[in-house]
Each structure stands twice: as C-alpha cells, then as structure tokens.
Design a protein. Structure first.
Lengths: 190, 261
C-alpha cells in the first residue's frame, strides 16, 4: 500500500519541476480555469452554429434548381385557332390547362380539381367538368355545382404576346371566391 | 470408443467455435447470462424474462410480429430491387414483370401484403401497450419512440404506394402532396404562408414549399418517383432501424416487458 501511495507523489514532483522550467514570466499569461471554461463555451456555441448551419444547407438539396417539367408560361397560338363555345382540351395533358372561348373572349382554366387535386374530364354531352376521383362537377365557367369541391376551378393569367399568340402564365392564378376573375389578365377580350 | 470425441465435440472445442461463442454451452446460470450479453443480436434483449412475458394472452406477440414483418419486408424488398427501375418509362411494366416474368412472382405480393399486415400489427401492438398501461413511467420515453416508429411505418407505406406507378398511385400521391401544400406555414396554400413574405416576394411559393420538397417538382412526375423510391428503400428504413434498436434496448432498460399487475 505505501508503495502505491508514493507513486503519485513522485509524479507531482516531476510536474512541479516541469512547471518551474517553463519560467516565471509565462505563468501569469497562462490560461486560467475561468477563462478556459468561457472560451470552451464560445467554442461549443461556434461548433453548434456551424453544424446547425451546415445541416440547414443540406435541406436545400431537396429543392431542385432545374425541373424536367413543362414551363409555367407558354404560348398557345393565335385566338383564331379556338372556336367560340368550345372547351379546348388540347393542352390538358401537357400544360394542365383548358382553353375556353365564349362570345366575349378567352379564359384559361386550371385542370386541378379544387377538392383534392385530381384532373376532371370534360363531358361535352352534359356540358360539365366531372372529376373521376370523388365526383365533383364544374360548369364550363369553372363554377362548382356538385360533389365535394369547395370552390370553383382556378383561372390562369392569359394575355396577348407581341407575336399575336396567346400567352398563358400558370404562376399567376385568379380565384373566383376572391373576386379575381374580373381582373383584366384573367380574361382575354377578343 | 467412449473416450473418443465425436465430430461435434471436437468442433465445439476448436478455436473457430470458441472465438465466436466465447461463453461455451450455456449450462450454468452465469453461462446463460454471458451467452446473451456476448451476442450483438441478443444483448438488446433482457437476460432473463419473467414468466408472464411469454404469455400470448398478455402481449399478443404483436411487437414481435411487427418486427418479423419488418424483416420479411426488408428481405422481399431487397429482392424486388434487383428488377425494379424507378423511372417513368419502366416502373409500371417492371411491376407487371415482377409478377408475370420474374421467378417467384409471389415475392411482390408478399411485400405488398406484408406491408398491409405490418400497419395492422403496429396498431394492434400500440393498442395492447395502451390497454395494459405499458406507456406509463418508466416506459413513457419508449412509447414516444413507438409513436415515431408508427409514423415511419405509415410513411413507408405512403412512399411505397407510388412505386407501382399506376393511376391509383399517381392520384394517391397527388392527394398526399396537396395535403403537404396546405400545411400551415410550410405549404404555399396553408394558413400563415402569406405571412412569410417581404413585399411581393413570397418565400413560401409554388416552387419552394413542403409539397415541392416532397415531390421534387410542382406535380407528381419522375422526380417524385425517384424521391419516393430512395425514401422507401434507404432513407426511411435507415431511421426505422436506428429507432428499433433504441426501442428494443429500452424495453430491457425500462424493466423488461410489463406484466399483469
């Protein structure tokens, strides 16, 4: 037992000698316990912030810069290509848009059902859009009249481009319930 | 003749055997304990079980069945991955081929029915734990882990739903994506999304919200298929396996399977 107790004593002596050899001038400049702990806290905060920032940056990978999708705005040819009184479904598959021309002008309806987002079918005989998922029905204007859909279909921005073609912009939409269908860009007067 | 060792005895004393099973044939109580503690697979479990823990009437073995189904789904899923290509061109026909052309065409059905069964057993396991009061302290943390595992089980079903790439899959995920779209603050049509804007610039918009991150695009397309495939095969199982290890380990640490009181 005594032999074991002596051992740490010897080590202490050695360490004391080592301290002495550093020189008295440097002892005062040594990092004290308090400042060491506060520096440690700063280091940990910096480390946590850097790690947190990096992990936040990783979230960015879920938002692609390039999409392999049809563009949000597109030209659909001159107004003469669209017959009065008809629902034109030629852009349904590619752009998700119905072009409808009545006696006053042309508007672009979204093909997304306002219930849960399925694509309704245009039924010419019954003159209505009928959603196959849950049976919502919409009139040619886009107004809902049957089924669970809570509001009318949305309309997209429709304007005349410089080259005489109709330009549709899906990034700007107009909702009937917000009174936006009277907006000049929601309706193309021909 | 009698002092001559047979082949099993000689193999049991060989270095190969002893290096793997260090505690030897479990004959004493200590050896039985050591054989559990020295195995990475067994050590998650308690060394000894109370008699009631193996009573089917009390546990229904629902947690064990859920884990068994997870193993079935992992193995059958890996086998399916050898043939399935997550692209718009091949996904649907590869699923047909898995049934019609690939040997053991039942593998896809096993994966599908196993997935249905796992959702059911997870709920029943949760029901049992609730009805026996096993969520109470000291097991409340493990109940929370279990809730996370339930959510992950449902997410695994949701992500697997898109992979057949048929009409049902497309529209089911369309509906799911629209739910993400309506999430408060992080969905661009959800409540509070309009608050996160400066002037005309909406930070939460059609091209940057929860639905967009989920689908990798504005609608369910090839990007969504790949995204769901990776989540289904790698991302979610990775998290599930970590949480399952914690879940099993905590059963032991919280005093073993709860018993009738």
């Amino acid at each position: 037992m005594p032999a074991e107790a002596e051992k740490p004593m010897q080590e202490k002596k050695v360490s004391k000698q080592a301290k002495a050899s550093v020189g008295e001038g440097t002892i005062k400049e040594k990092v004290q316990r308090r400042s060491f702990i506060s520096w440690l806290a700063v280091a940990w905060v910096a480390f946590a912030a850097a790690t947190g920032g990096f992990l936040t940056m990783i979230l960015r990978i879920f938002f692609p810069n390039v999409l392999f999708e049809p563009p949000q705005s597109f030209k659909i040819g001159p107004p003469e290509e669209y017959e009065i009184g008809l629902v034109d479904i030629r852009w349904q598959a590619k752009f998700g848009t119905w072009i409808i021309r009545d006696s006053e002008g042309i508007y672009a309806l979204s093909t997304v059902c306002t219930h849960l987002g399925c694509t309704p079918n245009w039924l010419e005989n019954e003159s209505k859009f009928k959603c196959p998922c849950h049976g919502s029905g919409f009139r040619k204007s886009g107004i809902n009249f049957e089924g669970p859909a809570p509001r009318p279909l949305e309309r997209y921005k429709i304007v005349m481009a410089d080259d005489g073609q109709i330009l549709i912009d899906k990034s700007k939409k107009f909702q009937y319930e917000k009174g936006q269908w009277s907006d000049p860009e929601a309706f193309l007067v021909v | 003749m009698s002092d001559k060792k047979n082949i099993f005895e000689r193999f049991g004393e060989s270095q190969v055997w002893k290096s793997i099973f260090r505690s030897g044939v479990p004959r004493t109580r200590r050896q039985r304990m050591m054989s559990v503690l020295n195995s990475v697979f067994l050590h998650l479990h308690p060394v000894r079980l109370p008699r009631h823990a193996v009573k089917l009437k009390f546990t229904w073995c629902m947690g064990g069945l859920t884990f068994f189904l997870f193993l079935v789904l992992t193995i059958s899923g890996i086998l399916l991955m050898f043939y399935y290509r997550p692209t718009a061109e091949y996904a649907y026909t590869d699923i047909i081929d898995l049934r019609e052309q690939v040997p053991l065409g039942i593998m896809r059905e096993i994966h599908r029915w196993g997935a249905h069964a796992m959702v059911i057993t997870t709920w029943l396991h949760m029901f049992r734990v609730f009805m026996t009061g096993s969520y109470k302290p000291p097991r409340e943390f493990n109940w929370s882990i279990g809730v996370l595992l339930l959510v992950l089980t449902l997410l695994l079903s949701f992500t697997g739903y898109l992979l057949p790439w048929d009409q049902l899959a497309m529209w089911a995920i369309t509906v799911g994506g629209n739910m993400a779209r309506a999430t408060p603050f992080v969905g661009h049509e959800g409540p509070g999304a309009a608050l996160l804007s400066i002037g005309d610039i909406n930070f939460i918009n059609m091209g940057a919200d929860a639905k967009f991150a989920l689908l990798g695009g504005r609608f369910v397309g090839e990007a969504a298929l790949l995204r769901f495939y990776v989540l289904h095969c790698i991302g979610l199982p990775f998290v599930v396996m970590i949480l399952m290890a914690v879940h099993f380990w905590r059963v032991r640490k919280d005093g073993g399977i709860s018993g009738p009181t």
